[in-house]
Design a protein around this ligand. Structure first.
Ligand SMILES: Cc1cc2nc3c(=O)[nH]c(=O)nc-3n(C[C@H](O)[C@H](O)[C@H](O)COP(=O)(O)O)c2cc1C
Length: 401
């Protein structure tokens, strides 16, 4: 978001107070935010709030005689990278659908060449009314990006659809505007997180994977236009917006889910830390301290990546990316896995480094392909995810000749 110029339009919904926190988040990410408000919006939150949070003048009046504001309805959107209308009332949606320009906000949107993101928020009956539905359909037809409202408790006391979308969802939509849609048309399957192998109803064997790398892969792929299915072991991370999340617990469940979804995928990225072994016997009741055997008998789990590699004989167009979490001989281990699992790319992580591997926000990886090895710098996991997609796109192109 850094340096992005966002023209932020606020309208007269009870959800206007949420817009204040969104402005704050954008400013924290070093975006330049200019707020314009309808007259109704100023009844809910004062322009002073938005002025203080954005550090910029707030525009409310089309007919202001202040020299700087006289042509604001035209100039405001002039250099905007995106216009965000949030919350968008039924009234403003109707105005925009009709191309009306009878207040500063609607005139500024008409005068804008930038993409416009509209986030409706209203009572569920207002939303369901055919007039509102028709107006939203018109907006989509005109090329506006409508972020669908969510279902839940509404300010009016009812429960229904009409809640302003979550900031995380809208932020992803905005981010998508600023990146090339170079994964559009790809169906990507990603696995993430650890697995849990039960011992008894209270205990399990697992590992330190946080799922962060896989979740950033899912977010960045979606942003770049892909359709994403994320098969995830248990993590503490919020579900990335606009993707299909398939939660699993054990390696066996993960293997089953991968099998079900692999066929439709053009790209598969196995970032999950799947347990290699599981307890041979799972007790149906909690094992008592006094009766516990001190030796644990394990049996191997299925190697999901290797079985996918074998399947590639039937799907030569499918690109397979594996991860190798290694504590020594990184490159040699990566190369061994590339061959053994018939993958197109192995991303090797160092799990002993303080800033790499499990549960940290940074990573330093080595790409291993048939062409050779490539060491990346220490990067955020988000940036690492983007570099992985750059590499995948290059491999995809060379594969198709
Ligand atoms: C307490 C209160 C809450 C309101 N919340 C909403 C809302 O969430 N969505 C909506 O479309 N209208 C809502 N309205 C009605 C709008 O404020 C009204 O239609 C107004 O004309 C919208 O003008 P604007 O689109 O120019 O901001 C609310 C009105 C009141 C009094």
């Amino acid at each position: 978001m850094q340096g992005r110029k966002i023209l932020f339009g606020v309208t007269g919904s009870i959800a206007a107070c949420k817009a204040a926190t969104w402005v704050s988040s954008l400013v924290q990410e070093e975006a330049q935010v200019t707020v314009m408000m309808t007259e109704a919006a100023t009844r809910f939150v004062t322009p002073l709030t938005f002025g203080a949070l954005s550090g910029q003048q707030v525009y409310t009046d089309m007919f202001s005689t202040d020299a700087e504001e006289i042509m604001a309805h035209i100039t405001l959107s002039g250099d905007a990278d995106a216009v965000l209308i949030a919350p968008a009332t039924a009234q403003t949606i109707a105005q925009l659908a009709q191309g009306m320009a009878d207040n500063l906000l609607s005139a500024a949107v008409l005068a804008s060449a930038a993409p416009v993101v509209v986030c409706p928020a209203m009572n569920s009956k207002m939303l369901a009314h055919p007039a509102t539905q028709r107006n939203l359909a018109i907006l989509k037809e005109l090329g506006y990006l409508v972020v669908e409202p969510e279902t839940g408790p509404l300010a009016c006391g009812e429960v229904g659809t009409g809640r302003l979308a979550e900031w995380d969802t809208v932020r992803e939509v905005l981010q998508g505007l600023f990146v090339e849609q170079d994964l559009a048309g790809q169906q990507i399957l990603i696995t993430a997180g650890p697995t849990r192998e039960p011992l008894d109803p209270a205990r399990y064997l697992s590992n330190r994977s946080s799922g962060k790398m896989g979740y950033f892969l899912a977010r960045t792929a979606r942003r770049r236009g892909a359709e994403v299915t994320l098969i995830s072991g248990p993590t503490n991370l919020p579900a990335p917006p606009e993707i299909t999340l398939v939660p699993v617990q054990t390696a066996a469940e993960m293997a089953k889910a991968v099998k079900e979804h692999a066929e439709n995928a053009s790209i598969i990225v196995k970032a999950a830390a799947v347990a290699d072994f599981r307890p041979k016997n799972v007790a149906s009741l909690k094992i008592k301290k006094s009766t516990a055997a001190l030796q644990l008998e394990l049996e191997p789990n299925q190697d999901i990546l290797a079985s996918l590699g074998k399947g590639k004989v039937q799907r030569p167009d499918q690109l397979l990316v594996g991860f190798a979490a290694e504590s020594n001989n990184h490159e040699a281990e990566g190369r061994r896995k590339l061959e053994a699992k018939q993958a197109d790319l192995i991303v090797v992580n160092d799990i002993l480094g303080k800033q790499t591997g499990f549960d940290v926000d940074t990573n330093q990886v080595i790409f291993i392909t048939q062409e050779g090895a490539e060491q990346l710098a220490l990067l955020s996991k988000e940036e690492t995810a983007n570099r992985i997609w750059d590499k995948v796109i290059a491999l995809h192109k060379s594969k198709r000749g």
